[in-house]
Design a protein around this ligand. Structure first.
Ligand code: ZN
Length: 369
């Protein structure tokens, strides 16, 4: 039996997104379109149908001629009503995602900080097509993840959703994470912590880009090494792992130290790529420093701005006030600083004040060695 849910929009023409976000099989997720009506009635109707996921547009008040002025409210208003009900009846909790036009997202949603915590994920309508397999895979994974969270919710062992053996449990059994999950009043709060601090952040898990940097290879070469990582049991298979490919950092580090016979980042990218190529009979391309284009740098992490593998000595610390103790601080490569690629507005990346003195120096640097 598959998952079912709703797509809510005030625009009848946009009801196609219900189908675009549904998987194409009965085992997956099927969304049905729900037009807008008075907020409290709609929230009750949705909640009592016990959906597995709800997707909604942020502006539910734009086609008032089609609806009725009395129905005017934003998607965040409806999401808040649904979250309030789930807090009382956590056994019926479900993921809520935002589906919005990109321009409206930046104009209305991004400045509205109170709305951000209501949604598990946000998608731009412009990017959701009939072929949006990635969005569909992520939504399905949200359904599965919530199901897993609800199944263990009252067990007293919420850390079990990460799927680690007793021997490895210490990796997630850290006070900051354990207490946050124990204190979560409903699965959607636990989901937010896991998505924000585990899935989206380097620390306990590594993204493909982070793995490429630690292996000293170009990120576009990652598919060459994934069979090797999989054979060594490094893939993360815990909650939300099917939607977002991640690797266990502790398993990767243990394996890599054995593989390279030393800490991998003590070798240059070229040296690491050569070892992998020789051992695996492959031709993997070494990562190049974004600053000087050289493979003779000891690249160690992926730049928080451009994602390219970068070395410590040609990067600065990003302002990262909410980094948990088990997370890795973000860094930004000198190339992004010099090219002013960090963006504008409240969501822009910033340099931490501990490195602020170096910013002008980097910006004005003429030579790249
Ligand atoms: Zn960069």
């Amino acid at each position: 039996m598959g998952y079912k849910g709703f797509y809510v929009d005030d625009s009848l023409t946009d009801q196609i997104f219900a189908r675009r976000l549904s998987t194409r099989d009965n085992e997956g997720l099927t969304l049905s379109f729900k037009p807008v009506k008075e907020a409290a009635d709609l929230a009750d109707e949705i909640f009592e149908a016990h959906p597995d996921l709800v997707a909604l547009d942020f502006r539910l008040d734009e086609n008032l001629a089609e609806t009725n002025l009395r129905h005017a409210y934003k998607g965040s208003g409806l999401a808040q009503l649904l979250r309030d009900r789930a807090a009382v009846e956590p056994q019926w909790d479900f993921p809520i995602v935002l589906v919005s036009n990109e321009q409206k997202y930046h104009k209305y949603y991004r400045p509205d900080g109170t709305a951000h915590d209501l949604f598990d994920r946000a998608y731009f309508k412009e990017n959701v097509s009939e072929d949006s397999t990635e969005a569909r895979r992520e939504l399905l994974s949200l359904c599965e993840g919530y199901e897993a969270l609800k199944a263990i919710w009252s067990s007293g062992d919420r850390l079990s959703v990460f799927g680690l053996t007793d021997k490895e449990r210490h990796v997630v059994n850290v006070q900051e994470l354990r207490l946050a999950l124990e204190d979560a009043a409903a699965p959607h709060i636990a989901a937010r912590i896991i998505l924000r601090d585990i899935i989206d952040r380097t620390g306990i898990l590594l993204s493909d880009g982070e793995v490429a940097a630690r292996l000293g290879i170009s990120p576009n070469q990652i598919s060459l090494v994934t069979p090797m990582l999989t054979a060594n049991d490094i893939p993360y298979n815990g909650v939300f792992g099917a939607g977002w490919r991640r690797w266990w950092a502790h398993r990767f580090d243990d394996w890599a130290e054995e593989y390279f016979k030393r800490r991998p980042t003590s070798l240059t990218a070229a040296e690491r790529a050569r070892i992998i190529s020789e051992k695996e009979g492959l031709e993997v391309e070494a990562a190049k420093s974004p600053w000087n284009d050289s493979s003779d740098e000891k690249v160690a992490f992926s730049c928080a701005c451009c994602g390219r593998p970068t070395e410590i000595r040609h990067s600065l610390t990003a302002f990262d006030p909410r980094v948990p103790r088990f997370g890795q601080r973000k860094r930004i490569c000198w190339d992004c600083i010099q090219a002013d690629r960090m963006g504008n507005g409240p969501a822009a990346l910033k340099i931490d004040e501990i490195d602020a003195n170096f910013v002008d120096e980097v910006r004005e640097r003429a030579t790249r060695d």
